[in-house]
Ligand binder design. Structure first.
Ligand code: TXA
Ligand code: MG
Length: 322
């Protein structure tokens, strides 16, 4: 077994080291409340390019900027009262905004894949916030996995997927939310949900007193360019909404549906989201038949994000090349 030499525990010395890596154009993987991110200085084009190379991610798929201070939005993106009100209520937290871009630095062009918009969030994790502050720059960070594979929720997952393509992996234990942030497009008048995630749609609707439109991929309701159907793929065939698994299927249960694993025996969707990606990895390792089935999960709250990831995982059952 590898000794994971690039995984570092939290200490103020290691945080200083990590910030120095970011400032010198290197890559640092760090924990957030959702999943681990693969971070670089947004103002360093070579560092941003390294992210795409390490993940084998196409350049048309833009990155999220992570900030530690709302004030940073001024000068970076077009803001209005709705943006600041949402930020005040939901940040730090698993919510990402798509805003009109006003900073046209070439490295930001690269991070945003040349789009007129940029995505930004403030993560709710002390290590992430400290790293951004010490580095004194927004940090662009996609999930720290290879393109189209399952997002990492532990430092070890990052190591298994990216190995020494990352200069440093900061270990913050398991991510508490476990699915990626919710992405909403605020660049137009109406709020559009581009990706279901760690902030429930119902919470946003309650706060905004408006129904949130679901992106259907048309120009009026654009979707996140990275939302390919084939995404979050485990290595083996996966069926969803299964109440009676076949005898040879590795069964991931939920609530009363008992399985080889159970996402949440008590039917708690937050617990299920936190377990989701780690259980998909375990199922991949443990299935003997090469088949995985998952119990039905309700569509409310975090269930929307869980079902979205499962649907994508079930779509691709070919062996992933990465
Ligand atoms: O929870 C998260 O959001 C994690 C942690 C690390 O913060 N990050 C994450 O990043 O999931 P990533 O790169 O794996 O997913 C970002 C998604 C992609 O689907 C990308 O296409 C979309 O955001 N995106 C980025 N910029 C966009 C833009 N300007 N317009 C629409 N979608 C955008
Ligand atoms: Mg990702």
């Amino acid at each position: 077994m590898d000794n994971c030499q690039n995984i570092f525990p939290y200490s103020s010395e290691n945080m200083q080291k990590a910030a120095a890596v970011i400032k010198h154009g290197g890559l640092v993987a760090f924990p957030t409340e959702t999943v681990y991110g693969l971070g670089a200085d947004v103002y360093n084009s070579q560092a941003v390019a390294k992210i795409f190379a390490a993940k084998q991610r196409p350049h048309f798929d833009p990155l999220i900027s992570h900030i530690a201070d709302v004030e940073f939005l001024r000068g970076y993106a077009a803001t209005d009262e709705r943006v600041f009100a949402l930020a005040k209520h939901f940040w730090p937290g698993p919510l990402t905004f798509v805003l009109k871009r006003i900073d046209h630095n070439p490295s930001i062009d690269l991070a945003c894949s040349g789009l007129p918009t940029l995505t930004v969030r403030m993560p709710n994790h002390p290590i992430a916030l400290e790293l951004i502050k010490l580095s004194a720059t927004p940090i662009v960070a996609p999930s720290a996995n290879k393109y189209q594979s399952i997002s990492p929720t532990t430092a070890r997952h990052v190591y298994e997927g990216l190995g020494d393509r990352v200069d440093m992996i900061l270990d913050g234990g398991a991510c508490q939310v476990g699915v990626e942030s919710t992405i909403i497009d605020l660049s137009g008048r109406k709020t559009v949900l581009l990706r279901a995630g760690g902030t429930p749609k119902e919470d946003l609707e309650e706060f905004l007193h408006e129904k949130i439109l679901l992106s259907d991929g048309t120009p009026d309701l654009p979707s996140a360019p990275g939302q390919m159907l084939r995404h979050y793929a485990p290595q083996n065939a996966l069926r969803i909404n299964v109440d009676k698994p076949q005898t040879d299927e590795f069964y991931i249960g939920f609530a009363g549906y008992q399985g080889d694993l159970n996402l949440s025996p008590s039917g708690d969707l937050r617990e299920a989201a936190a377990n989701l990606f780690a259980f998909l990895r375990l199922a991949d390792e443990r299935t003997e038949s090469g088949k995985i089935a998952v119990a039905p999960i309700p569509m409310n709250g975090l269930g929307l994000a869980i079902n979205d990831r499962l649907r994508r995982a079930s779509y691709a059952h070919k062996k992933t090349e990465s």
